[in-house]
Ligand binder design. Sequence first.
Ligand code: 16G
Ligand code: ZN
Length: 532
Amino acid sequence: QAIHKAISDAALQYEKPEGKVFEYGTAGFRMKADLLNTVVFAVGLLAGLRSKKLSGQWIGVMVTASHNPAEDNGVKLIDPMGEMLEAEWEQYATKLANAPLDKIADVYNELVKEIDVNMANPARVVFARDTRASGSRLVGVLNAALTATEVEFIDFKYMTTPQLHYVVRCKNTLGTQYEYGEPTEQGYYEKLAASFKKVMKGAKVQGSLTVDCANGVGGPKLRDLIKYLDSAIDIKVVNDDVINPDSLNFDCGADYVKTKQRAPPSSKAAPLDRCASLDGDADRLVYYFLDDSNVFRLLDGDRIATLAASFIGDLARNAGIAQKLKIGVVQTAYANGASTDYIEKVLKLPIICTNTGVKHLHHAALRFDVGVYFEANGHGTVTFSENALKVIKNTEPQSPAQQHALECLQALTDLINQAVGDALSDMLLVEAILAHKGWSPKEWLGTYTDLPSRLVRVEVNDRSIFKAYDAERKLESPAGLQDQIESLQSRYNKGRSFARASGTEDAVRVYAEAASRSEADDLATRVANAVR
Ligand code: 16G
Ligand code: ZN
């Protein structure tokens, strides 16, 4: 039929990299940007099918490689509620991406049958990209695939990843009782700014916040957001060079700060100055500061989770609705043991531990009325169930204090991007909480003491033999390795260690923590040796 020919014709423009096998992984497809043309073409085809399958709901396509180096790029699909692509569909993406170009139209037709797509349905797609130089070429490819398959689409140009997730959710809830906001960038800023001002009622941000934008798309977008905040907060934007393409994620950004455990070398922060870093597509956030002795102190995703959970817990109590809301926290094996302890013993909240990867955490968070989830690397958000939204909205306050707490909670449900972890939204959340508590980063850090930890990357011949279970905290294969790890960790005070195959790199990652720096290092080294 006509579409079959249009796909074949359009595909002819591209060349498939030889001998490369593509896989839709934890964060979609991601690799060197010059290998991506045919992959993006395939994703464009699938986005149209996904939309048709869902009766014409809007599907998002984001072109980004997040915190990866500037020469990389990537592409991922966003489902109607702004969530990650349904896991079942990842295999279809993989199948299309690996189809030889002269067969891709056939594979497309096979998929239509296999997935049972009604081709008479409309198809609608929105897309955007980060600031990488390769983005415009890849968006051109996407355009070709959507045009060939007669998909209606809107190009949102440059956006942060969470902004596009927001737009997708808005588009699909427009005119329903779940309306999420205006499906525009301006709508996004207005929603964040308005809710931030509401949350800030009765509080004032102390001092300024310096935000390192990884020289990525978060820089210009944060500058835009600031215009809507009417100086409710003093933000200094640094590392916002999106002109020099090589500067992206280079010696700056959330991933740099988290993995190197140090501030960007360009930082001019004085002791006790509040600093934050975004990653290249602004879906990760970490805080840090230099203490009185000039020592670097990191406040990572675990810290944001504990801060948010404690604040929301207090608000729920003050609002008199604590009994009606099941508040919980979702972490991964990488969460520092001290944070887990603090959540269980001090905050007295339930915890779910899941596999690494946002989709797993997000899914688990939905099991609570208020689900606080963060990966240690700074990706996370808070989800509110329908019941939570109802209770917050419909509770009649019995006192001014109760009313204040309810209003604050209500505003939080708007401030927090519930589709996905959003560094800009999370940043305003943290600022608001610190302001309410009257805390500097020092008090925040003082809530508990992190156990020293070490992360080691181990190159192995075949990482696929490393099979994990129990939320990746244990290994079932290779045989005997788990026993070895357990016997090693038992020798250290508060020792805990695990090894898991990376989902994004050809390596095994080893994590270890213990009561002292030297013990954590030692444990990590020994487990890494056992893995090799
Ligand atoms: C991906 C995940 C991130 C996870 C990381 C782990 C998303 C959007 N991103 O970047 O959440 O922390 O993979 O990488 O899910 P690893 O498997 O190489 O350790
Ligand atoms: Zn990212």
